[in-house]
Design a protein around this ligand. Structure first.
Ligand SMILES: CC(C)(COP(=O)(O)OP(=O)(O)OC[C@H]1O[C@@H](n2cnc3c(N)ncnc32)[C@H](O)[C@@H]1OP(=O)(O)O)[C@@H](O)C(=O)NCCC(=O)NCCS
Length: 141
């Protein structure tokens, strides 16, 4: 059985005006799960450049335990694309796929410009401390 990258319990603060979970809340967790997976592929800081093919299959409800499964599907020169599947567990029911998306990140240098994920020989970039030490305190992925 695969391990989720993150799991989150949905709370009343996460709802939209109709009482189901706000899609933006799910996107925020989805971005975080994808980022945690993507950062395994480089020692550089990364930023989200695109979220594609986001599909909300089923509503998510308060009390659902939501699991985000992230998998790297493409490595470019400076970009990393991660596919995320989201499942919700509701008491007394089987887990169901509620959302899926593809998220692309770009490795950036200290000037915020795209930079290769790896050096030419495939090694991590020299002089960059391993994650998470290279993130300034409080900095998001
Ligand atoms: C991400 C950013 C550095 C890219 O800069 P850029 O000059 O447009 O980058 P480039 O055109 O050189 O492309 C860099 C890589 O991103 C990929 N890319 C760019 N736009 C993309 C898109 N819309 N979808 C998928 N990949 C994309 C390119 O294919 C390239 O990948 P590769 O090197 O693996 O072939 C810049 O757009 C940026 O800073 N965006 C804001 C990021 C951010 O703040 N995100 C947080 C959310 S607010």
């Amino acid at each position: 059985m695969r391990d989720p990258t993150i799991r989150v319990l949905m709370m009343p603060r996460d709802t939209n005006a109709w009482g189901t979970i706000f899609g933006g809340v799910l996107l925020s967790h989805l971005d975080q799960a994808a980022g945690l997976e993507a950062i395994r592929n480089t020692d550089h800081r990364i930023v989200t450049v695109a979220m594609k093919e986001v599909v909300f299959h089923e509503p998510v409800l308060i009390g659902d335990l939501v699991s985000f499964y992230a998998e790297t599907v493409r490595l470019g020169r400076t970009s990393i694309t991660v596919r995320v599947e989201v499942e919700a567990e509701r008491r007394g029911q089987r887990p169901m796929k509620v959302t899926e998306a593809e998220v692309t990140f770009v490795a950036i240098d200290s000037e915020g410009r795209p930079t290769p994920l790896r050096t030419e020989d495939g090694a991590p970039p020299a002089g960059v401390p391993p994650w998470p030490a290279n993130l300034p305190a409080g900095d998001p992925l």
